[in-house]
Design a protein around this ligand. Sequence first.
Ligand code: TUI
Length: 319
Amino acid sequence: MFNTRVTQLLGIQYPIIQGGMAWVATHELAAAVSEAGGLGIIAAGNAPGDFVRNEIRALKKKTDKPFGVNIMLLSPFVEDVVDIVCQEGVPVVTTGAGNPGKYLDRFREKGIKVIPVVPSVALAKRLEKQGVDAFIVEGTEAGGHIGELTTMALVPQVCDAVDLPVIAAGGIADGRGFIAALALGAEGVQVGTRFVCSTEAKVHSSYKDALINAKDRDAIVTGRTTGHPVRVIKNQFTREFLEMEKNGASVEELEAAGAGKLRLAVVDGDIDNGSVMSGQIAGMIKDIKSCRDIIEGMVQEALTSNERINQLSGGGLDG
Ligand code: TUI
């Protein structure tokens, strides 16, 4: 069921991978997703190398299934994190927020599968030549740091431009989104926001509640003037941040205003003054479920959704 080049490449049951969300994607969440048949990911975020090493070791105590580490390429500790990932027997790396080109030789030497997030056709083509294993094609519906194009427009364009398998991301939180991504040419999906609202995510309950209470238009974009736009749930923090941007604050001032704000929301539960990163799909999420229920629910719903499409098309194009 849903046997694709992504399940084969990664050695997983379902072509569903978990987003590498800083502070949220800890070893507990990653282990739960991997145990449920998806690919769990530990997020390095802006954390120092030692933290990442401890997270990898803690995950390996919880599961012997495949897993990955997400490397956030803007991190001040990126060089250390790359070293540690190469030392610790990590099977898969996903990257975000930049071009991982200069690290690819080292990952290849260690047999690590590399799956970069690409926000454009151009970067996908360049990285295909340099030797990666698949792509995460992330639309602007996603939470956190985002690109410009939508999942609907970007996924088929990248699928047409490259031969490697594509994993669609951004705006996918149920079986309908999953089957739609497959229809666009993807062979897997990455899911972020839905896994924040899981029992296993070590996220403050106020953060989970903020996503459950969010409506369709609540996930807005800040930071366009910095060159690093970020999608977050609107709150007191975003009002102040957008006001600073409107008044012409410098990138340094804005970076200082944003520093520590994701931790404040995720760990301390200050959802008024913290950065509540979330995708646009938060408006659809109404409950907290186990990772297994999320994944198995998506698979069942995808089959139902596919059935509905077959009925709408009269049982197939011949029928
Ligand atoms: O990376 C993410 N999501 C993130 S990173 C993050 S931490 C952060 N906070 C504030 C500002 C910046 C980062 C929170 N959420 N998603 C994957 C992603 N990658 N989205 C966009 C990109 C991306 C952008 C440019 C990937 C490659 C890229 O390449 C530019 C180049 O150099 O060609």
